[in-house]
Design a protein around this ligand. Structure first.
Ligand SMILES: *Cc1c(COP(=O)(O)O)cnc(C)c1O
Length: 387
């Protein structure tokens, strides 16, 4: 039996409507041409499909299609954004601000640049996991060139005040990058409302395929984004490599579905998430990480007192979820996001992330509630007998 999938923040299945259309761009009887082939029909058809997808992704975020650079995913988009800005400056002339709760795909490039001598300030969140405008302002230095703060956190779903941070960056003339991998498909995203210069997107977080993403780059900005992958000069020189037509058709169709269905879907998923919480809240000694602030509709990150997250996850084998821990090569480390919010190691280890999505049903939620209640009660009983 397949487990009940409550890990939509890790990845989503490809929507059937999307997969069906993707398949038509792969095989001999489909449009398998190279979108860069200008001399024959198969190339033109592929290019048309890629440009239609570019329009669909641009539309979803309030952008112009000429502002979309295709990448292999949000990890590459984030790398291109940070390194592509930094390469315009000598290290001593460039200070970067990032949030402590960013995905590793922002933190690691930031630390890589710091290793080369670039200035770096990592801004701490408040106890709800929010990177405030005030905290970014306090981190500012005379040579701050780039601020990177995510729209929605992948572990907690907590939303950052990106419009406010965007306004601050505009006022002080710095570039603003937003990792929106957890926001696109879950909340409305508008590059103009947020005044972003660069924004990262990942296909597989909103029912598109893995291995494809985009970086929005504002056309009217004077930023000269420096390519990190050199080759045939695709994507106006910013990202070389033959375009993967089927992947791009996939992310484009996934974007169109989100545009048409987001409002209704967010409400439905939010109600299921609230039902899940209502069904376990009275277990006691339990809290929502980031519970005091706005979050994406599908996220529920819960700290269960008196239980170990790994043990709880093992006991919940019929539900696919994530723990508040990360396995490094040597040990199980508590989540740095939860730690930055002030949770103890124990509370972080006792946390689980439930993330609901398009195919979650009421029935699944009720089954999960039942399993969680049983498992938590049993584990707490064991612990009290042992002590
Ligand atoms: C998933 C995710 C990424 C990485 O995206 P990929 O497309 O898998 O490379 C980056 N940032 C956030 C916030 C994510 O959730």
């Amino acid at each position: 039996m397949n487990p009940i999938y409550m890990d939509y923040a890790a990845t989503t299945p490809v929507d059937d409507r999307v997969a069906e259309r993707m398949a038509r761009f792969l095989t001999r009887d489909g449009d398998y041409g190279n979108p860069a082939s200008r001399s024959h029909m198969l190339g033109w058809l592929a290019e048309e499909a890629v440009e239609e997808a570019r329009n669909d992704v641009a539309d979803l975020i309030g952008a112009d299609s000429r502002e979309i650079v295709w990448t292999s995913g949000a990890t590459e988009s984030n790398n291109l954004a940070l390194k592509g800005v930094a390469d315009n400056f000598a290290p001593e002339d460039c200070h970067i601000i990032v949030g402590a709760t960013e995905h590793k795909a922002v933190l690691d490039p930031a630390h890589y640049l710091a290793g080369k001598g670039y200035g770096l300030t990592v801004v701490q969140p408040n106890e709800d996991g929010v990177i405030s405008v005030e905290a970014v302002r306090e981190a500012w230095q005379p040579n701050t060139r780039l601020v990177s703060v995510m729209a929605a956190n992948n572990e907690t779903g907590v939303l950052n005040p990106v419009a406010g941070i965007g306004a601050l960056c505009a006022e002080r003339d710095a570039w603003f990058h937003v990792d929106a991998a957890q926001a696109v498909g879950k909340i409305p995203v508008d590059v103009n409302d947020w005044q972003v210069t660069l924004l990262s997107i990942s296909g597989h977080k909103f029912y598109g395929p893995k291995g494809v993403g985009a970086l929005y780059k504002r056309r009217r900005s004077t930023l000269d984004l420096q390519a990190q992958i050199h080759g045939g000069g695709h994507e106006r020189g910013m990202r070389s490599g033959t375009l993967a037509t089927h992947q791009l058709v996939g992310i484009g169709d996934a974007a169109r579905i989100v545009r048409d269905e987001l409002a209704e879907e967010a409400e439905r998923i939010g109600a299921l998430r609230d039902r899940l919480w209502a069904g376990i809240e009275d277990l006691g000694d339990i809290q929502i990480n980031g519970g005091g602030v706005p979050r994406t509709p599908g996220h529920l990150n819960v700290a269960f007192g008196g239980v170990d997250g790994e043990a709880l996850m093992m006991a919940l084998r019929t539900i696919a979820v994530s723990t508040g821990s990360a396995c490094t090569s040597a040990s199980v480390e508590p989540s740095y996001v939860l730690k930055a919010m002030g949770l103890s190691d124990q509370a972080a280890h006792g946390s689980l992330r439930f993330s609901l999505g398009r195919y979650t049903t009421e029935n699944e939620v009720d089954t999960a509630i039942h399993s969680i209640r049983e498992a938590v009660t049993a584990l707490r009983k064991q612990a009290s007998v042992a002590s």
